[in-house]
Write a protein that binds this ligand. Structure first.
Ligand code: ADP
Ligand code: MG
Length: 243
């Protein structure tokens, strides 16, 4: 039997607007994101990367087709059920951190668990916090942290609850290259050592080279896949398709 994957999309179509103004952000995408793997989604600006991630992660709804988290078809879920599924099973890392300004770093990291009425596994919390290098800044407010430090908090917040899947949209886009590399290395380790599943949108070939597989999107369709990518091969391939 084919591997169903941690998440998948089947004939996914997302159209914004109608008539002459219609934009086909997803033009029929069928894809599976395998469990315990790191998948990167690449493509030029406007190719549909964020739309694909948001529709598979239940942050937005498809115009037609289906999206699954594990065995659950999320296409027909009510808003409440979708919110609960996201809370219990998914983690998110966005480019603009989305931290709560009045909560400390530590309070931000455990917020998803607090909201679910649960407690963090102390050993895992310590390990994640140590790896993102935030152990000494846990009592600081976001405004007292640099952009890179805020992104580390956002990454810890996504990983501490051990979600089935972490979705990340340009997680290193706003970071200096050294911090970006540390964050990518940590995401890679979370997959290799803890069996985390990660789906990451990026336009950076170097960031994509940390993934197990790269999907290349153009005009709302998957036009290529690159297993075991290197930054050079990703760059070559993107240039070829842009030509
Ligand atoms: P990417 O993340 O690859 O840059 P997006 O998924 O954000 O691309 O966008 C894909 C296409 O859909 C683009 O043409 C974009 O302008 C359009 N689009 C995205 N969101 C909306 C929206 N809320 N309303 C109208 N058009 C949108
Ligand atoms: Mg985007």
């Amino acid at each position: 039997m084919a591997e169903l994957g941690a998440a998948r999309a089947v004939d996914a179509v997302k159209t914004y607007g109608t008539g002459d103004a219609a934009v086909h952000a997803l033009a029929g995408v069928t894809i599976s994101f395998p469990s315990e793997r790191f998948t990167a989604i690449m493509g030029q600006s406007g190719s549909g990367k964020s739309t694909l991630m948001q529709c598979v992660a239940g942050l937005d709804r498809l115009t037609s087709g289906q999206a699954f988290i594990g065995d659950t078809d999320i296409t027909g879920l009510s808003k409440t059920d979708l919110t609960l599924l996201r809370r219990d099973r998914l983690g998110f890392i966005f480019q603009q951190y989305n931290l709560i300004p009045t909560l400390s770093a530590k309070e931000n990291i455990v917020l998803p668990l607090t909201l679910a009425g649960e407690h963090a596994d102390a050993a895992w919390f310590d390990e994640v916090v140590a790896t993102v290098g935030m152990g000494k800044r846990l009592d600081n407010l976001p405004s007292q942290l640099s952009g890179g430090q805020q992104q580390r908090v956002a990454i810890a917040r996504a990983l501490v609850p051990k979600p089935d899947i972490v979705f990340a949209d340009e997680p290193t886009g706003a970071l200096d290259s050294r911090t970006g590399m540390e964050i990518l290395t940590f995401m890679r380790r979370a997959v290799d050592e803890s069996g985390q599943t990660i789906v990451m949108v990026t336009h950076d070939p170097h960031a994509a080279s940390y993934a197990d597989n790269v999907l290349l999107l153009a005009d709302g369709q998957i036009i290529d896949e690159m297993p075991q990518p290197t930054a050079d091969r990703v760059l070559d391939r993107m240039e070829k398709f842009e030509a």
